[in-house]
Design a protein around this ligand. Sequence first.
Ligand SMILES: [Zn+2]
Length: 199
Amino acid sequence: MLIEPHLEGSGRESRRSGWIEVICGSMFSGKTEELIRRLNRAVIAGQKVEIFKPAIEKRYHDKNVVSHNDRSIRSTPVQFADDVVLLAGESQVVGIDEAQFFDSEIVNVSIALANKGKRVILAGLDMDFMGKPFGSMPQLMAVAEFVTKIHAICMNCGDVASYSYRTSLGKEKIMLGEKEAYEARCRKCFWEAMGNDKK
Ligand SMILES: [Zn+2]
C-alpha cells in the first residue's frame, strides 16, 4: 500500500512540490474504491479536491465517480485530457478515474498539474482484455512518483488476478455493462482461456 507523502508542517507551503500517483489493476480489483478512499481523506483534511473522468464513461451516474460498491464522489466528465488543466483551477488534489480511456495528452496534463504543485491521483486499467498495456497507462506509471498495483481474485480458480478476461464476443476495448462481459482472471486462467479462444 502507498505510504502517503508528508503533506504538511514544512512551513514552506509555496515551494511544496506536487506529485503523481497511479492506482492500476484489473477489473474488480477495487481501483475506484482506492481512488475514492484517498480523495475522501483529502476532503476530510480540508483540501480542495476536483475529480474528472472521461465523458465516454457513462456506465453509471453521469456526474459521479461511482465504484462498484456504490460509494461515490461527484465528478466532472470531460471530453479531452486538456480540459482537465482548465477545470482543475485552484484545486490542491486532482483525481482522475478511468485514466486508460483518456487521449494521450493525459500524460502531459498530469505532469503540468503536478509541476504546478498539485497532487494528481489517476486510477485506471493497466491492461486491456487482450492482456496488452492499455492507453497511456504505461507512460503514466513511468512518470508517477507512486504506483500502486492492486489485484482482484480469479473468478475461475481463486488465485491472485491481474487480468480482465472478456467472456463475451466483440473486440472493442470499450464495452458497457462490464460485470456481465468480464471476469478477473489469474495469469494461468487468462492465458489458457486466450489460447483456447484462438483455436
Ligand atoms: Zn485462476
